[in-house]
Design a protein around this ligand. Structure first.
Ligand code: ATP
Ligand code: MG
Length: 426
């Protein structure tokens, strides 16, 4: 009896050829945009000390409370698969004293994140983020730049059904007053809150603002707005952000219920939402975290960043862009071992010249090989058997035009390179 095959872990997924072309297209578009705006790539480890995330994301958040993949290594150190990239980038910024030469740094990174959430459409336990961060700029121009970049990226990917929701979360000077007002309101409305929010209202009342439970959403409509509690500095920061977005013609919606799931945010918070994804409507989120570098042991450094959910973005982009799968430039149908050996050498030489030549290594009939060429989408097929070898010439058949021409075996690679490298030949 054969043994049962092994399946992947729940909440994890394979990204297969057919999808990867689309992912590459998105990643290339993002990287090109970031580089044009002066961002540089940083790659950070997938595992960090648990303490890094506990201290930065916050003990009272869903992520730290119940979503992290944490394990003891063989010496007993507590390690965690990263649930997001910002904390690691801050750690790296501090550890390498990147602030010493020039505190202003712009980074991007792309890679997998891990959160043990309930798997469903658009929500995985390993998912991917495209992340960008600006360190060392307190001015609201950094906030505007990031929101503008998100808008531009989505436009370049032909994703138009998106709205930028923005809010300010204030700062340690003004947020406590808002928290108190919110807590009072929540105590009065306690009967209508879900059980999670009953707990949140005392420990982290801001979190109640973005509870998805219908009862809580309804109740929170009459919640006070943090924008009424901002100190002068935070109010002026926020109004420059909205002014500049208007000037750059970036549409946005001020959303007083927008908070972020991580504790480290201050001032501007934003989320890109789309109607295309059903319940998981957020395709990107971000905000300012002016206190984080300082709280992780670095010098006080203002910073801001965003993370795009690449899985969700790929899903939206696939709705209006069929993946561009590269077809072979030609298929070489070889009949018999001597022809196959020769043809294999040709296909290798063509590959090195950037021309993709597919062939079959089995002993299939010409008919079967032509079928295969068709399935792969090769427009041209080169046919070589013993009689072609004897005659010293092979046939190149254009499948669509139903025409063919003979090419001498001698110097065939050069002839093919010339054929396929002609402008418009591919
Ligand atoms: P959500 O409200 O959907 O849980 P979040 O606020 O937890 O999102 P962030 O931490 O802001 O998400 O991460 C930024 C983006 O990463 C999200 O907008 C989303 O597109 C994506 N994302 C977050 N969690 C997941 C997940 N489990 N699976 C797929 N994508 C995710
Ligand atoms: Mg979440």
């Amino acid at each position: 009896m054969s043994r049962p095959s092994i399946q992947l872990i729940r909440g994890f997924k394979d990204i297969l050829p057919g999808e990867t072309e689309l992912w590459q297209h998105i990643e290339r578009t993002a990287v090109a945009l970031f580089e044009d705006f002066g961002y540089r790539e940083i790659r950070i480890p997938i595992i960090e000390k648990t303490e890094l995330f506990a201290r930065s994301i916050g003990e009272d958040t869903d992520i730290v409370e119940k979503e992290m993949y944490t394990f003891g290594d063989r010496k007993g150190d507590l390690l965690t698969l990263r649930p997001e990239a910002t904390a690691s980038i801050c750690r790296s910024y501090i550890q390498h004293k990147m602030y010493a030469q020039d505190p202003v740094r712009k980074f991007y990174t792309i890679g997998p994140m891990f959160r043990r959430e309930r798997p469903q459409k658009g929500r995985y336990r390993q998912f991917y983020q495209i992340d960008a961060e600006i360190f060392g700029v307190e001015a609201p121009y950094a906030d505007v730049e990031l929101i503008f970049l998100l808008r531009t990226l989505f436009e370049r990917l032909k994703v138009t059904d998106t709205t930028a929701h923005i809010n300010s979360l204030g700062c340690p000077a003004c947020r406590p007053r808002f928290k108190d007002a919110l807590a009072d309101m929540l105590t009065a409305a306690a009967a209508s809150l879900c059980s999670d929010c009953m707990r949140r209202k005392d420990r982290n009342p801001l979190r109640v603002l973005d509870c998805k439970a219908p009862g809580c959403r309804e109740t929170m409509r009459s919640a006070p707005s943090i924008l009424d509690y901002l100190c002068d500095a935070c109010r002026s920061h926020f109004s420059t952000v909205t002014d500049m977005l208007t000037q750059l013609r970036v549409p946005f919606k001020v959303d007083k219920q927008l908070v972020r799931g991580l504790d480290y945010y201050t001032r501007t918070a934003f989320e890109i939402q789309t109607g295309a994804l059903g319940a998981q409507s957020a395709v990107a989120g971000g905000g300012r975290y002016d206190g984080l570098v300082g709280s992780l042991g670095g010098p006080e450094t203002p910073a801001i960043g965003f993370a795009i959910g690449l899985d969700r973005l790929a899903e939206i982009v696939s709705l209006n862009n069929p993946a561009a799968v590269r077809k072979p430039d030609l298929f070489i149908a070889a009949l018999g071992e001597p022809a196959r050996k020769l043809a294999y050498g040709w296909s290798t030489a063509l590959g090195l010249a950037g021309i993709s030549a597919s062939m079959d290594f089995g002993d299939k009939s010409l008919k079967a090989q032509l079928k295969q060429a068709n399935r792969l989408g090769a427009d041209q097929v080169l046919i070589i058997g013993q009689s072609e070898l004897d005659a010293g010439a092979v046939v190149l058949r254009d499948m669509a035009a139903q025409t063919q021409r003979e090419i001498p075996v001698k110097a065939i690679v050069a002839a093919l390179i010339e054929t396929f490298c002609k402008p418009g030949a591919r």
